[in-house]
Design a protein around this ligand. Structure first.
Ligand SMILES: [Fe+2]
Ligand SMILES: [Fe+2]
Length: 206
């Protein structure tokens, strides 16, 4: 993507989201590209995924639900039954990225689709997208610094922390929880437990 192509994309996004959302989107892109460079992931993919991740975030729930029910994309259809309609903008955003922006890269589409809930199996681009959204520079909530401190040491550890905090927050405020978030948190917790088991065994061998 040339700088001109990026400018064009930013202009198109600006025409579809609020000013506030656009500013958030650009902050997410800044952090995602930094993380992509550090973790050896395509910076261009991180940029495109970031610019499009909230493309339908300002659309009403009913419109998102209509799009999710009316597609053959399995994740969007499945999420149409979600307990937490706010998460729908992620899979529907991926549909729109493909339909209106001609993005066909499956990695980018997946990263957009799971950026709100996370998922049990996430590649580095998807983790970077999720974490950049969670930690962009204007985020100032309890626990965000703990996640920021993990971004350049372990994406998986940062994911586990972010997901656990998200679940705790939603439960504390009696907010609906999408099952993908629960599944993702359990998967990253298992991964962490396996890692510490491996480490434990390795220490015993020496
Ligand atoms: Fe979002
Ligand atoms: Fe976002």
């Amino acid at each position: 993507m040339t700088p001109q192509e990026r400018d064009t994309l930013v202009g198109l996004v600006a025409g579809r989201v609020s000013k506030k959302r656009l500013e958030h989107t650009l902050r997410v892109e800044t952090l995602a590209v930094r993380l992509a460079r550090f973790w050896g992931v395509s910076e261009e993919k991180a940029s495109v995924a970031s610019l499009l991740h909230d493309i339908v975030r300002d659309e009403p729930d009913a419109a998102l639900l209509g799009l999710a029910e009316d597609t053959d994309d399995p994740l969007a259809r499945e999420m149409a039954g979600t307990a937490a309609p706010v998460v729908l903008h992620a899979p529907v955003g991926a549909l729109i990225a493909r339909r209106d922006f001609g993005v066909y890269d499956p990695q980018i589409l997946q990263a957009i689709a799971v950026h709100t809930t996370g998922a049990p199996h996430m590649d580095r681009l998807a983790m970077i997208m999720f974490l950049a959204d969670y930690c962009e520079s204007a985020r100032h909530f309890t626990g965000v610094e703990e996640v920021r401190s993990l971004l350049f040491s372990s994406l998986e550890a940062a994911m586990l922390r972010a997901l656990a905090q998200t679940l705790a927050y939603l439960r504390r405020h009696s907010r609906p929880v999408d099952s993908h978030t629960v599944d993702a948190a359990a998967a990253f917790a298992r991964l962490a437990a396996e890692d510490s088991q491996d480490l434990h065994e390795a220490c015993q061998l020496t």
